[in-house]
Design a protein around this ligand. Structure first.
Ligand code: HEC
Length: 136
């Protein structure tokens, strides 16, 4: 029984700091930057498949973004609060997912103007985190 409890405690500790490292986040960011480029190429070449592939990559990756282990474990309360502002992160993630869906819908409908508008809203959300949350 003791062993089971110890195992459960270790498992839950691992869930709290589950190994999301800086390198992982940089890789995810680069994947999203690539997805945004793909979507843009899809617009310019008028190719819905490329747009859809970019939207899919973006939607799959944005949900993975979160504070990395060293931020979760930061001893500086203010920095920790800033970097772990999950409420704002979730809001941004939700918006990016929604707008990504809008892009696909509008573009497939032949409404490239609306698709482009949704695209620039996504760029705005990316920068919202980089500038506001991160103070970049
Ligand atoms: C919730 C916050 C957040 C959101 C949302 C976000 N980013 Fe980032 N981004 C970061 C942080 C933090 C870094 C710095 C990563 C590091 O160096 O540790 C970063 C870095 C980057 C980098 C540089 C990666 C490198 O090679 O150094 C790119 C490119 C990037 N983001 C693209 C995007 C794009 C595109 C989006 C939107 C689709 C986006 N980001 C949305 C927080 C965010």
């Amino acid at each position: 029984m003791k062993k089971i409890i110890a195992g459960l405690l270790i498992a839950s500790a691992m869930l709290l700091a589950d190994g999301y490292k800086q390198a992982d986040r940089i890789a995810d960011m680069q994947k999203m930057a690539q997805a945004m480029q793909d979507i843009q190429s899809g617009f310019f070449y008028n190719n819905a498949d490329i747009v859809k592939a970019g939207v899919k990559d973006l939607k799959e990756t944005i949900v993975k973004i979160r504070p990395i282990d060293s931020e979760v474990n930061n001893k500086d309360i203010y920095e920790k609060w800033l970097n772990n502002n999950m409420k704002m992160t979730h809001k941004i993630q939700k918006k990016i997912k929604q707008k990504a869906e809008d892009i696909e819908e509008r573009f497939v409908d032949g409404d490239a103007v609306q698709a482009l508008q949704a695209y620039s809203k996504i760029s705005g959300q990316c920068m919202k985190c980089h500038v506001n949350l991160r103070k970049w």
